[in-house]
Design a protein around this ligand. Structure first.
Ligand code: PNS
Length: 157
């Protein structure tokens, strides 16, 4: 696996994402974390803020690069020279959508393959939406995100 892409919204990055990044960075020579700009969902953080948080949390990995992208993931992968997309699978409920995305991406760019990593059991329930929901109601989010990200969420709220 030379260059791989781990794409997502990362609004914001959670311990679940960081676990996938750490594991993928051990498998790929170069891992590009692609942050989607043109998300249809209304994000809590701007793309610059999401990039900043990811850079802060992944700075210790020499082969990890954080980049924003717009438009189709298949085009971004081509521009990056990546042939592998990495996605985390939490539960069987993720599978249908993920399979559809993987197959669409292969149709758009036949040289692209998607590799699914099983989310660590510690983070199986975790999503950025859940973190924002708990934070909104002033719940404890320390088990979900790093102290730095938790502070950024608190500032927003
Ligand atoms: O973290 P998310 O929100 O689950 O990530 C979804 C993401 C960014 C991987 C997906 O929405 C995406 O790739 N969007 C780019 C547009 C695209 O390529 N769509 C066609 C593939 S179905």
């Amino acid at each position: 696996m030379n260059t791989a892409i781990y794409p997502g919204s990362f609004d914001p990055v959670t311990y679940g994402h960081l676990d996938i990044i750490e594991r993928s960075a051990q498998m790929a020579d170069h891992l590009i974390v692609g942050v989607l700009k043109n998300n249809t969902k209304e994000p809590m953080f701007t793309v610059e803020e999401r990039l900043e948080m990811l850079r802060e949390e992944t700075g210790r990995y020499a082969n990890v690069e954080i980049r924003a992208f717009d438009g189709l993931l298949a085009d971004f992968a081509r521009d990056c020279g990546a042939k592998v997309i990495i996605r985390g699978l939490r539960a069987v409920t993720d599978f249908e959508y993920e399979l559809q995305m993987a197959q669409t991406n292969r149709k758009l760019a036949p040289e692209l393959d998607t590799i699914f990593l099983a989310t660590d059991l510690r983070y199986a329930y975790l999503s950025s939406s859940i973190v924002k929901e708990v934070a909104y109601w002033h719940g404890d989010i320390r088990a979900f995100v790093t102290p730095y990200v938790a502070e950024r969420i608190r500032e927003k709220i």
